[in-house]
Write a protein that binds this ligand. Structure first.
Ligand SMILES: Nc1ncnc2c1ncn2[C@@H]1O[C@H](COP(=O)(O)OP(=O)(O)OP(=O)(O)O)[C@@H](O)[C@H]1O
Ligand SMILES: [Mg+2]
Length: 442
């Protein structure tokens, strides 16, 4: 464990009884987890609430009122189970809203040692380098992650804390999001009487939840295929070095099935999860499934189609998702550090055979991921500071809850987020600006 991480963990270790909450606002479900630190400072999940998301589309708020109500319902369920009320939450920003860039920053030291404030100063300087958008608005920083340091020209420093020199240089990975959609998201949560304490990039949360330490160090890509989005994060040397996302996910597959089989979305969803697959099996031409037709309630009006027909509808869309993901990853410039390993997660990663398709299209070694540190009972905190959770029901330990679990890890250990939040930056950060805006406009 690095000195910096040790120091941070010492500073941030939760005390017994502290309560933390994560709110995963997805395109198809909204999930809230509440955890309490036990006598070892370890998180124990005490409240779970999840609802079908209303009003969200491809990671964007499409209907404020609906999102607000769904958030309220999910949070209330979790609160009732926990026997606690919450007023602060950590919330995700969907992959397609994110912009990822790496910038170089230099800080004069004049012969003194590097302190934690210098690391914060480096982050703050990096944020000032963000370019304005076409309307002259500066995008909002979600993360400012120092991925690499050099001291007086000596490169390859992972953790400069306590070192002495004249000039500290850093490569910062800045993850930002456009102000408008973020403001709408935070406002929807604020109207549910909750303050957004911190925003976290969805692929970052999923990576923290699913990747093992070696994967994060040696190079790995996490791909979270949800309902309306596909979020991607590249991890290397213990950091997330690239983040991106596509506005396409499992709901698009369901749509294709509904159109292709002329059935309702609800039936298409059921057929997809019951019989769907990414690859054809030897008996799929002979196996017949019943497809209720739109407007026909009677079972005798159902169509009878071979299962292979369903699979042939699913396949091209899935290929398209992986081909688009591959193009984005290749464009990132991080293909070398990303290595050969991919971890697939998100609700749509449950489609049988998806691993083979990913392997073929991406030409990588693929494994399926779920929230590791949540489904396993008690493991010590890792070098990255993520915690093991106990008390999580089986239903919420599947791949659809990777982002949720990662958010909770950050709620317990805020330094993992590598954010310059409003509170830390003396009142000018996004949280303060948005809260101010919300107070004036709600
Ligand atoms: N067994 C299954 N087989 C195939 N797909 C499934 C299965 N179970 C769930 N899904 C799909 O997973 C998707 C939901 O995944 P998830 O809960 O990760 O999305 P989300 O977090 O709400 O959305 P997003 O992250 O895109 O904003 C849905 O499209 C659903 O159809
Ligand atoms: Mg999701």
């Amino acid at each position: 464990m690095s000195k910096l991480t040790q120091w941070l963990m010492g500073q941030q270790r939760p005390s017994q009884g502290d309560v933390f909450a994560a709110l995963d606002i997805g395109s198809t479900k909204i999930a809230c987890l509440i955890a309490r630190a036990d006598d070892q400072g370890q998180p124990r999940v005490i409240g779970i609430g999840h609802q079908l998301a209303e009003g969200m589309r491809t990671g964007l708020v499409a209907d404020m009122e609906a999102v607000q109500q769904t958030v309220m319902a999910a949070v209330t369920t979790a609160e009732q189970m926990a026997g606690e009320t919450i007023d602060h939450v950590i919330v995700n920003v969907a992959g397609p809203l994110l912009k990822s860039q790496t910038v170089g920053v230099e800080l004069p030291l004049n012969g003194r040692d590097v302190t934690y404030s210098d690391v914060e100063r480096i982050r703050a300087q990096g944020q000032n380098l963000l370019a304005e958008d076409a309307q002259g608005r500066v995008p909002e920083i979600v993360h400012a992650i120092p991925v690499h340091y050099a001291l007086d020209g000596q490169k390859g420093i992972r953790d400069p804390l306590g070192m002495i020199g004249n000039a500290l240089e850093a490569q910062l990975h800045l993850v930002s999001a456009a102000f408008g959609p973020v403001r709408t998201l935070v406002t929807a949560v604020a109207r549910s009487h909750l303050e957004v304490e911190r925003l976290v990039a969805a692929p970052y949360a999923s990576g923290l939840a699913c990747l093992v330490e070696d994967e994060m160090d040696l190079g790995c890509t996490v791909i979270d295929i949800g309902g309306g989005t596909t979020s991607m994060g590249i991890f290397f040397d213990g950091h997330m070095v690239f983040a991106d996302g596509l506005p396409i996910g499992g709901a698009h597959i369901t749509n294709d099935v509904a159109r292709g089989l002329t059935t309702t979305l609800a039936h298409a969803e059921r057929l997809k999860t019951l019989y769907g697959s990414a690859i054809l099996g030897p008996t799929d031409d002979r196996e017949i499934i019943d497809v209720p037709q739109v407007g026909e309630e009677e079972p005798e009006h159902a169509n009878h189609v071979p299962k292979s027909h369903l699979i042939r509808i699913i396949q091209p869309r899935l290929d398209e998702i992986f081909e688009m993901a591959r193009a984005r990853l290749e464009k990132s410039g991080f293909t070398d550090v990303a290595g050969r390993r991919v971890v697939l997660t998100g609700g749509s990663s449950q489609l049988p055979g998806i691993r083979d398709v990913a392997q073929r299209v991406l030409d990588k070694q693929v494994r399926l991921g779920r929230p590791l540190r949540i489904s396993r009972p008690y493991v010590a905190a890792t070098r990255n500071g993520a915690h093991a959770f106990t008390g999580l029901a089986e239903a919420t330990s599947g791949p659809a809850f990777s982002t949720t679990a990662g958010l909770l890890a950050i709620a317990m250990q805020p330094e993992l987020a590598a954010t310059q939040s409003g509170v830390e930056s003396g009142g000018n950060g996004i949280m303060n600006r948005i809260s101010q805006w919300a107070r004036q406009n709600l």
